[in-house]
Design a protein. Structure first.
Lengths: 365, 68, 250
């Protein structure tokens, strides 16, 4: 593996990071805009003596992942939108079974087939899930090709450490764009899985991995234990970016590739004297509500920007419940045309003005 | 000459063993077991040959051992 | 000198719990699988896949590592296990609804890939766990809770013949249909189950056994009467026999 900076496409970066992280098994079904991941791994994995299966469907892929993960190996699948929809049943089982594995979800525009344009329309799909029952799909959202690599590592680590499915939520723009990045060494410690993983009942009692539980009290305790893990993940594995938050009156909230464009717009706003900052959650689920609330107590308003109709917006609103006199504005569109820095800057100006007017009654920008 | 070890509390009274036994050694008990069934019992007047047919057809593994 | 001629197989737990209804063939099928694992000496490196249906409580009796699968996905889960740990012996224990209805795609594709796993399918012509509804193998004319006047072609189509389909799939190395309606049939079934595991152990491909089994509760029959049905109308449609045997060829 080359350790120097190279020009890498997001999808290949994720695939190379998976190899570097020690991913032992990959299962997937092609769907644009993430097919390069499977294409790349179809050659690399067998060369390394690792498992690659082009599955008959995403339903099969996620269940192969369940089987692989149950043996304690690092396992991954990658997919997109309408195909990730097919994986929801499996994700619920994997969460209930407490099996570690990684799902790379490269969002396209929806609903239905939509198209392969960049979109952030699957924030709800990742963070609110479509699978049944009480569980969370731990989700990290990268904003650059470098982060595609670093967070793929993080996803493997967190999944193995906490025995939970973890999602890397990228979008078509990140998957398809090229930029300089370094595939560094996997930076995390290896987590021993031998005390629970299936390996054959040799010199020990047989183990079973299941979500089914006939005793109601045991079932309750099991789900509560799973939720304790989410709290721990939020506490210990949280990743976020705060930019120019100190002294800001208006804070932009955005995630993934949109946050990157928003950051450039914030720089522009600062240059023009507007007191604007950016908060970018990278860990989207569990959502960093406390941090958002702390920020809310020091500012006049949020402008949430997403390439969807306002999905993370719901989590922002829920986070600031009880905070008085705060404006929450939203700017976004469902899919397709990427936002420009100028476009976001203009929106910052409008919101800033509105917010100040609301507070002081007159325009004083 | 043979002998079976029967766990009467595992028997669910399907009586497939009664039909399978060539010497009619097994028959229904008139006392219920822990599961609430009338399990099979060994008729001491009949001679078991230790063919293990009863154990092979038993879906509940209630016949734990067969000796010959 | 008295000799022990039968005992509970080691691949069944000492404190096992048989969760099936009285007279249900599942119990015999489970025991045969366990006896084969014992005889092949593979218990300690076996990983079983429990499917949804009456077989979901496999971990109550099998003395091997078990992972649960969602309904129909057992052979996808088995693929994930086997590809990740090729030295393990992997088997699925599924019902006909699981393997041939909701999971037919997973079944055919795992076998098309020739996954080196063993699949055991209990065909009892009904969805037993949910109370006896019509499934993919329900016979024409059979009364169930969803074919109250008997299965008719106009509404429900035809019963699916699993072995006849799977023998045509190139990746299968052993395909057989057996019954458990007599001591002799049970011995014969065990031979087939053993072959289906040997197909895996020899790396020939997927081993498959369909077991025509009774569901006395939902058929509303005595266990003995249910066996008569297996011998009669069930065997007339689903013909028992070895459909493919590459294990004996090598």
């Amino acid at each position: 593996m080359k350790r120097e900076k190279q020009l890498l496409k997001g999808n290949y970066a994720i695939a190379e990071a998976a190899i570097e992280a020690g991913c032992q098994s990959y299962f997937g079904y092609p769907i644009t805009p993430q097919s390069e991941i499977g294409e790349y791994l179809s050659t690399k994995m067998p060369e390394l003596g690792r498992a690659f299966v082009s599955s008959e469907s995403e339903v099969a892929a996620i269940n192969m992942l369940l089987g692989a993960g149950s043996t304690g190996v690092k396992a991954m699948t990658s997919s997109s939108s309408c195909a990730v929809a097919l994986m929801q049943e499996g994700l619920s089982f994997i969460a209930g079974d407490e099996i570690p594995c990684v799902l790379v979800s490269v969002m396209r525009a929806g609903p239905g087939l939509g198209y392969i344009y960049p979109s952030q329309g699957d924030y709800f799909q990742a963070t609110k899930g479509g699978g049944n029952g009480d569980y969370k799909l731990v989700t990290y959202a990268p904003a650059s090709v470098q982060e595609c690599i670093d967070l793929t590592y993080k996803c493997f680590y967190v999944s193995q450490k906490y025995r939970t499915p973890v999602c890397l939520l990228a979008d078509g723009m990140l998957g398809q764009m090229m930029e300089p990045a370094v595939v560094g060494e996997y930076p995390y410690e290896e987590i021993d899985q031998s005390d629970w993983a299936l390996s054959g009942a040799k010199d020990r009692e047989p183990r079973y991995i299941a979500s089914i539980e006939r005793d109601q009290e045991t079932l309750r305790q099991r789900v509560e234990k799973i939720f304790e893990k989410y709290n721990k993940i939020l506490e210990k594995e949280n990743v976020f970016e705060k930019y120019e938050i100190e002294g800001a009156k208006l804070v932009i909230t955005a995630f993934g590739s949109i946050a990157r464009i928003a950051k450039a717009a914030v720089k522009m706003a600062r240059k023009n004297g507007l007191e604007v900052g950016l908060f970018r959650p990278v860990l989207l689920n569990p959502f960093p509500e406390k941090i958002v609330k702390e920020i809310a107590q020091k500012i006049d308003g949020f402008l949430d920007i997403e390439l969807n109709c306002g999905q993370m917006l719901q989590d922002i609103k829920a986070s600031i419940a009880g905070v008085a006199n705060i404006t929450v504005e939203f700017y976004g569109r469902p899919a397709g045309v990427m936002m420009t820095v100028e476009e976001i800057y203009k929106q910052i100006e409008i919101t800033y003005k509105k917010m100040i007017e609301k507070k002081y009654g007159t325009a004083c920008i | 000459m043979g002998r079976i070890v029967l766990n009467r509390d595992r028997c669910k009274a399907c009586y497939l063993c009664v039909a399978a036994c060539p010497n009619k050694v097994l028959e229904a008990d008139d006392k219920v077991n822990a599961l609430g069934y009338y399990p099979v019992k060994v008729n001491p007047d009949k001679q078991c040959v230790g063919c293990a047919m009863c154990a092979r057809v038993c879906p509940d593994m209630a016949i734990e051992k067969v000796y010959r | 000198m008295e000799q022990l001629v039968y005992k509970k197989p080691d691949s069944i737990k000492d404190d096992f719990k048989i969760t099936f209804c009285p007279g249900c063939d599942h119990g015999v099928a489970v025991r045969l699988v366990a006896e084969v694992l014992d005889e092949l000496g593979v218990r300690e490196r076996t990983i079983g896949i429990a499917s949804v249906g009456c077989s979901v409580f496999s971990y109550d009796f099998f003395n091997v590592d078990i992972v649960e699968s969602a309904h129909g996905r057992s052979l996808a889960v088995a693929t994930g296990v086997k590809r990740s740990k090729p030295d393990k012996v992997v088997f699925t224990y599924q019902g006909d609804g699981d393997l041939a209805s909701i999971g037919l795609a997973e079944t055919i594709h795992a076998m098309t890939r020739g996954e080196k796993v063993t699949a055991i399918c209990i065909n009892n012509t009904t969805y037993g766990m949910t109370g006896g509804q019509a499934g993919p193998t329900t016979l024409l004319g059979q009364v169930t809770t969803t074919t109250t006047k008997g299965r008719c072609v106009e509404i429900s189509g035809y019963p699916l013949k699993i072995c006849e389909i799977l023998k045509e799939v190139d990746g299968t190395a052993y395909v057989a249909r057996v019954t458990l309606d007599s001591p002799q049939a049970i011995m014969n079934a065990k031979k087939s189950i053993k072959k289906a595991f040997e197909a895996q152990l020899k790396g020939l491909g997927t081993g498959f056994v369909e077991i025509l089994a009774t569901c006395p509760t939902n058929w509303k029959m005595t266990p003995k009467g249910a066996h008569a049905r297996v011998r009669g109308e069930m065997s007339a449609v689903f013909k028992p026999g070895v459909y493919k045997d590459r294990v004996s060829e090598v």
